[in-house]
Design a protein around this ligand. Structure first.
Ligand SMILES: *Cc1c(COP(=O)(O)O)cnc(C)c1O
Length: 352
């Protein structure tokens, strides 16, 4: 500690979900996709010319920016690439917020936001979700802030705010910046990306980690007006000017090229989500209406913390937070039907 900066001494880092070393767990705790990436990814890796690794990649990742732009229906200048979408979110805090320009977000949302704010000395305004865990938009409108971080669908609740409702809000507050974290939006069937053409105060952040089954490659992107992308570029070029490597670019472009596979995988997960939800409700659990690839379930006969521990002892990992408002819920990633059946079987015993 004696060598630590004040920031390093005082910051409370983000705690990621457990990544067990053994493969014996049914792993439903970090919202990874249960299905493999597109076969085109394996082909791209096999065909990758390793000789190219001798050279630095294009600093802005232009080849992948073009692939993302084509996939999202925007232009290259509207796309910023990052090493995981977490990095784009972090740099958005640094680029657009500070001690005077406060960032507003919900009390129950992606817990990395408060860590990034602390990291970059950003003032925060925390507005609690409503009783039913939906966004308190009126409260957030009234907050004294320069803009918002909104996970949509939200984590860990899975609840989505309709794009139409987001648009009304974005249109009515052009002086505030909206950073919408769409890590799970592919599973909801709704996105605010098309709104970025119309609104210069909107940045949408997406990731390859969830719907593309590429959490291991560490790539994400932001879509927005060129001025906003320029702000992120300024921060990148002051921090790590080559955040996306050459192999990553080839892998992610291959995944984007296989739209049919992506749509099919997303559909399978979304359908299984509804089946798993029925199963959980049938066991007497309250399950929030999720539009993501996970379910937030609890308020059953057995406290959620105990459910988490007993599932873990039985080889099934889910996520639990000992935090106000959400301590009686577990977040359960939608797995394959086989994985989910194991979970339901174990839960049935625990809850009986
Ligand atoms: C998983 C997740 C991310 C994405 O993380 P990556 O760094 O892209 O793997 C971003 N936001 C939320 C809310 C998430 O759950």
């Amino acid at each position: 500690m004696e060598f630590f900066s004040r920031r390093a001494r005082t910051i409370a880092p983000y705690t990621a979900g457990e990544q067990p070393k053994s493969g014996i767990f049914v792993k439903l705790n970090t919202n990874e996709n249960p299905y493999p990436p597109s076969p085109r990814v394996a082909e791209a890796v096999a065909a990758f010319p390793c000789e190219r690794l001798r050279l630095y990649p294009n600093p802005d990742g232009d080849s992948l920016r073009d692939a993302v732009a084509a996939f999202e229906g925007v232009e290259r200048e509207n796309v910023y690439l990052s090493n995981g979408s977490d990095e784009a979110l972090a740099l958005a805090f640094a680029a657009f917020f500070d001690d005077v320009r406060a960032a507003c977000f919900a009390d129950v949302t992606y817990s990395f936001y408060e860590v990034f704010a602390a990291m970059f000395g950003v003032t925060t305004r925390i507005v609690p979700l409503k009783e039913d865990f939906t966004l308190d938009i009126a409260g957030m409108r009234a907050a004294d802030c320069a803009g918002y971080f909104i996970a949509n669908p939200n984590a860990p609740t899975g609840i989505a705010t309709a794009a139409e409702e987001m648009e009304k809000w974005i249109a009515s507050m052009p002086e505030r910046l909206f950073v919408i974290d769409e890590a799970y939006a592919d599973f909801s069937g709704e996105t605010c990306v098309p709104l970025t053409e119309k609104y210069g105060n909107l940045l949408v952040v997406k990731t390859f980690s969830k719907s593309h089954s590429l959490a291991g490659i560490r790539c994400g992107y932001a879509v927005g007006a060129p001025a906003l992308i320029g702000g992120l570029m300024r921060m990148k070029n002051s921090f790590n000017s080559y955040p996306v490597d050459a192999l990553c670019m080839a892998v992610c472009a291959a995944s984007l090229s296989d739209r049919a596979y992506h749509e099919e995988t997303v559909k399978r997960v979304a359908e299984e989500r509804e089946r798993l939800k029925k199963g959980l409700c049938g066991l007497g659990l309250t399950v929030l209406p999720s539009r993501s690839n996970f379910l937030f379930a609890g308020r059953g006969k057995v406290p959620a913390g105990e459910i988490y521990a007993r599932l873990k002892a039985e080889g099934v990992l889910v996520r639990h937070w000992n935090k106000p408002r959400i301590a009686d819920f577990c977040r359960i990633t939608v797995g394959t039907p086989e994985q989910d059946d194991i979970l339901l079987e174990k839960l049935k015993i625990i809850l009986s």
